[in-house]
Design a protein around this ligand. Structure first.
Ligand code: AHM
Ligand code: MG
Length: 336
């Protein structure tokens, strides 16, 4: 009977969010509308990614992005789709995208109360070989009705209303938290709808996997070096952890969320702030981790307490299972 009801009682992402919202009578459905525009962007990118090889969308667009990296056509396309979908939702006022140096301030006639920070297509080095990539997003709400300013997004991650990612992998999976736990939805291509497939995701308290770019070992600081050493040679007689590293944050974090373990992008001598961007990579993933019962730490503090000073700021990040992050926190504490 259970299996049957799965097939006939479809909990779409829209239905799920509408249910959630009905618990807040003051809500005017704005969030549902905003989310449906994000979902549209994700569906578009999913289709584009799947067609990429065929449609010869792969390749350089001849542009460079803010960080001076080569930008692929798919990145440009995805960014455009998200910006247009978010502006046309009529529910946003500030947009921050990894692909645009400046924030987009939405014109007054199309303005709403939400600020969306996002990386439209993360893991671009994986595009050409067909490995999983994803979109990451976080949502804030403006404090008051005044003219929108960057201060509205230069706020700690704990102030986000919602965060999520969509992974374009063997299936298209959207993981979302609106601050009351984490839920996973899988795109049913025949319906064109995201269906709730992973209700109330909780990360295992301790994991057996660590995930880091070990090629950077020679530039790591002492606590990171010691932590990874402990993963391989555990002092308590437990089995060594397995190493898994895809190099696509969305895919590495998704596996960490479902299987447990820890994902690290530490500081190193060459990049003292690590690589990953605070607003649209570190914050949304940290928000999801905490909502799933895990932790996220920067090497100095709880990641969600960080107050970014500029929109493309980077931070080291250690996130995942509660107990595993406790261990790295202890190593950094011992340093002081
Ligand atoms: P990108 O925004 O250029 O795609 O870079 C972000 C990606 C993340 O998805 C991933 O976690 C990280 O870069 C991997 O970096 P590295 O290749 O240094 O291990
Ligand atoms: Mg990125």
């Amino acid at each position: 009977h259970e299996a049957d009801s799965h097939r006939t009682d479809l909990m779409t992402i829209t239905r799920y969010v509408l249910n959630e919202q009905s618990r807040h009578p003051e809500s005017r459905g704005d969030f549902t509308i905003l989310l449906s525009h994000i979902v549209l962007g994700c569906k578009f990118v999913c289709t584009a990614v799947n067609k990429a090889g065929l449609a010869k969308l792969i390749g350089l667009a001849g542009e460079t992005n803010v960080q001076g990296e080569e930008q692929k056509k798919l990145d440009v396309l995805s960014n455009e789709v998200f910006i247009k979908a978010l502006v046309s939702s009529g529910r946003t006022c500030i947009l921050v995208s990894e692909e645009d140096e400046e924030a987009t301030i939405v014109e007054p006639s199309k303005r709403g109360r939400y600020c969306v920070v996002f990386d439209p297509l993360d893991g671009s080095s994986n595009i050409d070989c067909g490995v999983s990539i994803g979109t990451i997003f976080g949502i804030y709400m403006v404090k008051d009705g005044g003219e929108p300013t960057l201060d509205n997004v230069l706020r700690p991650g704990k102030n986000m209303l919602a965060a999520g990612y969509c992974m374009y992998g063997s299936s298209c999976t959207l993981v979302l938290s609106t601050g009351t736990g984490v839920n996973g939805f899988t795109l049913d291509p025949s319906l064109g709808e995201f269906i709730l497939t992973h209700p109330n995701i909780k990360i295992p308290k301790k994991g057996k996997i660590y995930s880091v770019n070990e090629g950077n070992t020679k530039n790591w600081d002492a606590p990171t070096t010691k932590y990874v050493e402990q993963c391989k040679f555990p002092k308590d007689g437990s089995s060594p952890k397995s190493l898994r590293y895809i190099g696509s944050m969305v895919a590495d974090v998704h596996r960490t969320l479902l299987y447990g373990g820890i994902f690290l992008y530490p500081a190193d001598k060459k990049s003292p702030n690590g690589k990953l961007r605070v607003l649209y990579e570190v914050f949304p993933m940290s928000f999801l981790m905490e909502q799933a019962g895990g932790q996220a730490f920067t090497g100095k503090q709880r990641a969600l307490d960080l107050v970014p000073k500029n929109i493309h700021e980077r931070s080291p990040i250690f996130l995942g299972s509660y107990d595993d992050v406790e261990e790295i926190k202890a190593l950094y504490a011992a340093e002081e």
